[in-house]
Design a protein around this ligand. Structure first.
Ligand code: 6LW
Length: 536
C-alpha cells in the first residue's frame, strides 16, 4: 500500500477530468491561453503521473493567437469509448472560431484530430456520457454543459443542459433538457457537470458556488440522462467553503469520478493551496491544481473523503505499489532534438518564428514576436508551471551585441499580461543592464538594476512563497539584483483562472540599423531549469 501525494498534478492544472481504460487512468486539465493545450496525464496507480501528450498540440487545430489571458481553453472532459479517446472542451474568446468542440484519438500521446465543432452547444464545461450500460438504449451518447440562465432568477445563475450527441455526425440531436441549477437556492455557477450511469441510475455530479472560495460539489440522481434529477439531501457533498479564510486548502470543486476497476471509486478535483500573506492567506502562485479524493458509495450516493470530508495531503491507495515524488525538477539544456514536453508558450502564432531549437547548436533561440509582455500577443516565451512554493528558476542567456530597439531577454514569472515579474538583460545608456521589474496593472516597478558585461549571463529567481530574490552571474561574479514581493501574482490578488508559469522570454521590435543591417530581435538560451523543493 502506498499513498498518493496531493496535489497529484502540482502547479496550474485546473478543471481536471478523469477516465480509466483497463488499468490506466487518464486526466486532462484546462490550459487557457497556453500552448500546447489540454495536457493528458496517465497513471497506473493514481500515485505516479506522467504527461503523455496534449489534446491540442498543432497550431492548425485551433486559433489561440488572440485569446485573452484566462480566455482560450476552458474546462475539458476526457472519456474513452470503443477504442477512442474523446476530449470535449470550449474555446472562449479571441478572433478565431469559438465554441465547444471534440478532439479524438486512439493514442493519447497523439496525434489528436482536428476539432469537430459542436453546433448549438452553448456555454462551457461540456461533458459526454457514453451510455453503454443502458440495455434499452444501447450506444447512445449524451452531451451536457452549462450556460448562463437568461433570464435567470438571480445573477450568475447557470443551467446545466443535456442533449443527445449523434456520434456519426458529431452533432446535437433531439430535444434539449435543462436539468440542474445547483443544489442550493440562489446557487451561482452550477458548472463542470458530468453524467454517470450506475446500474439503473443516472448520477449527475456538478460544482457550484464559483471556482474560487465558495466552490462546492453536489450530486443529483435520475432515471434518465435527460432527468428529472433529484439532489442528494447531503448536498453539497464536498467543499472547503465553510472552513473560513484561514484554511490552507481552498476552492475545492470541479469533481469527476472514476471507478478503479477493483471495486473502489475516486475523484479528481481542483483545489488551491493558500499561503500566509500579512495577517491572512492568499492563493499560492500555483493556482488551481489537481487533487485526488477517495470516494465510496452509500445508498447510491457518492461520499467524498469518507469520514473527514476534507482533502488530504496523502491519500492511501490500497492496491498501489509506487513511490510518490515529493517535488521534482524540470530542466531543459536544449541539447536534445526537441524541447522538454512540459514547456509551454503563450498563445499560438501561426507562421511566426518564436521558439527555435537548433538555429544554434545546444541553444533555444527565441525570436521576439511582441514589443512587451504587457501586450495581448503570442509571446516568445517558453516556460514550466511553477509546481511548488519553494523553487529556483534559472537560465543562461546570451543577448546579441547589436540588439533591436527595446530588446529585453531573460526570465519571467507570468500570471497574465497585467501581472508578471521579469529579470531581463537589455541595452542601457552606458552598456548592458539586468533589471528586475514587477509589472502590475500598467505600472512597471523597477526593483533592482545591475550593470553587466556583454556575453553569457546566468539569471536566477529564488522563490519562497510570495518572495523572490533575483541574482545574476557572469565569470566568477554573483550579484544580487533585488528582491520582489510576488503577492501581486497570486491568483487571488491578480485574478484569472491560471497559476504562475516561469520561463524564458524575449521581447523587442524587429528593426534595422542606419546602414540597413538587420538588428537581432532574438536571444539564445542555453538552459532553463526549475528546481522545486518539497512543500514545507
Ligand atoms: C471553468 C468553469 C469555471 O470552465 O471556471 O468558474 C472555468 N467556473 O468550471 C475555468 O476554469
Amino acid at each position: 500500500m502506498t499513498a498518493a501525494r496531493n496535489p497529484v498534478l502540482p502547479g496550474f492544472h485546473p478543471d481536471p477530468s478523469i477516465c480509466r481504460v483497463g488499468d490506466e487512468f487518464f486526466v486532462v486539465t484546462s490550459t487557457f491561453e497556453y500552448f500546447p493545450g489540454l495536457p493528458v496525464h496517465r497513471s497506473r496507480d493514481l500515485v505516479e503521473w506522467q504527461l503523455v501528450g496534449h489534446a491540442v498540440h498543432r497550431d492548425e487545430q485551433l486559433d489561440l493567437s488572440t485569446v485573452s489571458a484566462s480566455g482560450g481553453l476552458f474546462a475539458p472532459t476526457i472519456r474513452h469509448h470503443e477504442g477512442r479517446f474523446y476530449v470535449a472542451c470550449t474555446l472562449v474568446g479571441g478572433e478565431g472560431r469559438q465554441g465547444s468542440f471534440v478532439v479524438t484519438t486512439t493514442d493519447p500521446a497523439g496525434p489528436w484530430s482536428d476539432p469537430a465543432w459542436i453546433e448549438d452547444a452553448q456555454g462551457i464545461d461540456p461533458s459526454i456520457l457514453f451510455d453503454d450500460d443502458d440495455d434499452d438504449d444501447d450506444g447512445r451518447a449524451w452531451w451536457c454543459g452549462t450556460r448562463l440562465a437568461e433570464p435567470g432568477d438571480w445573477p450568475e445563475q447557470t443551467e446545466v443542459w443535456v442533449r443527445e450527441l449523434d456520434l456519426s455526425t458529431m452533432s446535437l440531436a433531439g430535444e434539449e433538457h435543462v436539468v440542474w441549477h445547483g443544489a442550493v437556492e440562489g446557487a451561482v455557477w452550477a458548472e463542470g457537470p458530468h453524467l454517470y450511469r450506475r446500474g439503473g441510475d443516472l448520477l449527475l455530479v456538478a460544482s457550484e458556488g464559483g471556482t474560487e472560495r465558495h466552490h462546492a460539489v453536489s450530486a443529483a440522481r435520475g432515471a434518465s440522462p435527460t432527468g428529472p434529477f433529484t439532489g442528494s439531501r447531503a448536498n453539497p457533498l464536498l467543499t472547503h467553503r465553510h472552513l473560513g479564510g484561514d484554511a490552507p486548502v481552498a476552492n475545492v470543486g470541479h469533481a469527476d469520478l472514476v471507478d478503479d476497476g477493483r471495486g473502489g471509486w475516486w475523484a479528481t478535483v481542483l483545489a488551491t493551496r493558500r499561503l500566509p500573506l500579512d495577517e491572512a492567506r492568499a492563493d499560492a502562485l500555483q493556482g488551481r491544481e489537481t487533487w485526488l479524493v477517495p470516494v465510496v458509495f452509500e445508498d447510491g450516493w457518492p461520499v467524498f473523503a469518507p469520514a473527514t470530508g476534507r482533502l488530504a495531503e496523502e491519500v492511501e491507495v490500497p492496491w498501489a505499489d509506487a513511490q510518490a515524488t515529493a517535488a521534482r525538477s524540470l530542466v531543459d539544456d536544449f541539447d536534445g532534438p526537441s524541447v522538454h514536453p512540459e514547456l509551454v508558450s503563450v498563445r499560438t502564432a501561426p507562421g511566426a518564428r518564436r521558439t527555435q531549437l537548433g538555429e544554434r547548436q545546444g541553444h533555444l533561440r527565441l525570436h521576439a514576436t511582441s514589443g512587451s509582455l504587457h501586450e495581448l500577443a503570442p509571446h516568445a516565451f517558453a516556460g514550466f508551471r511553477l509546481e511548488q512554493p519553494i523553487a529556483t528558476l534559472a537560465t543562461v542567456v546570451e543577448a546579441p551585441d547589436a540588439p533591436s530597439p527595446g530588446l529585453l531577454a531573460g526570465l519571467t514569472l507570468r500570471l497574465s499580461e497585467r501581472r508578471h515579474l521579469t529579470l531581463g538583460v537589455r541595452a542601457g545608456t552606458a552598456g548592458r543592464v539586468v533589471e528586475l521589474v514587477l509589472h502590475v496593472d500598467g505600472e512597471d516597478r523597477v526593483l533592482g538594476v545591475a550593470e553587466v558585461p556583454a556575453g553569457r549571463l546566468g539569471l536566477a529567481l529564488e522563490i519562497d512563497g510570495f518572495e523572490a530574490v533575483a541574482r545574476v552571474e557572469y565569470g566568477e561574479r554573483r550579484i544580487a539584483v533585488g528582491t520582489a514581493d510576488l503577492s501581486p501574482l497570486s491568483p487571488s490578488e491578480g485574478g484569472g483562472f491560471v497559476g504562475v508559469v516561469g520561463g524564458v522570454f524575449v521581447v523587442g521590435e524587429p528593426a534595422r540599423d542606419e546602414g540597413g543591417a538587420a538588428l537581432a530581435a532574438a536571444a539564445d538560451f542555453d538552459l532553463l531549469s526549475l528546481v522545486h523543493a518539497p512543500a514545507r
